[in-house]
Design a protein around this ligand. Structure first.
Ligand code: SF4
Length: 245
């Protein structure tokens, strides 16, 4: 696994669990507001010879050795009960199932964060009972997807992932970052139809006080509280639970 970072402790990322967060390196999206540019942009060819040149181009190189990560996790047994695997985009990594199997063997619950572009991998992980919780981003109304993700998005794959997750029987959430001018009330209405009947949808406040993938978004003001509340009320017409965070 190509690991770009580790957060040793979080109370927030996996509902009701104490977790460690593993950041995988590399992403197939370039979301304008992404605040993990160091995980998203390809890293220059490295001297790490265990990674093929294709992997280097798309995913960069590990900043944390997998062995060191497992030494850390073994030391946290009894103190943490879960691991969150986020990115970048974890499902780009072919060795993700083997990696998660090793984590689960230690007894940790696993939450996966995904942008939903790889329904095949999501399906496989669910089938092999490797996940306990899935959080998937629904970036925008489909007509604006490419504007936000900065690439030509395969919308069919996104739709497939939504269906797989809703039908998985697992605990899950969808989440949308409310990007000013790109995600508006009318978009929430359209997105709500896509998520119709889903259990949980979080509307996330846009944060611009960090380095973002697109510098032009840095410092931009997010939506006001009143507008966010209207969006939440609209979302609640379509899904069972919606919160702003
Ligand atoms: S999918 Fe996630 S990690 Fe990838 S660019 Fe978008 S926000 Fe960043």
């Amino acid at each position: 696994m190509v690991i770009g970072g580790l957060q040793k402790f979080s109370l927030l990322d996996y509902p009701e669990h104490l977790s460690a967060i593993i950041f995988t390196q590399g992403c197939n999206f370039r979301c304008q507001y992404c605040y993990n540019p160091m995980l998203v942009r390809p890293i220059k060819p490295s001297k790490f010879n265990h990674i093929s040149s294709k992997e280097e181009k798309t995913k960069g190189h590990s900043l944390i050795e997998e062995n060191d990560l497992f030494v850390f996790l073994k030391k946290r047994l009894g103190k943490l009960d879960a691991v969150v695997i986020t990115g970048g985009e974890p499902t780009l990594h072919k060795d993700l199932p083997i990696f998660i199997k090793k984590i689960k063997k230690l007894g940790f619950k696993v939450k996966l964060d995904t942008n939903g572009t790889n329904p095949k991998m999501i399906k496989k992980l669910i089938k092999e009972k490797l996940l306990d919780y899935i959080a998937m981003d629904l970036k925008a109304d489909f007509s604006k997807y490419d504007l936000i993700t900065g690439v030509q998005s395969n919308l069919e794959n996104i739709k497939k992932s939504i269906k797989i997750i809703i039908e998985s029987g697992l605990d899950y959430e969808f989440r949308t970052t409310v990007v000013p001018k790109l995600v508006e009330l009318s978009d929430i209405k359209a997105m709500g139809k896509t998520l119709s009947g889903a259990n949980k949808w979080y509307l996330q406040k846009f944060q611009s006080d960090k380095e973002l993938v697109n510098d032009r978004f840095t410092g931009m003001a997010g939506c006001g509280a009143g507008e966010m509340e209207k969006m939440k009320q609209e979302a609640l017409r379509h899904v069972k639970f919606c919160e702003i965070r």
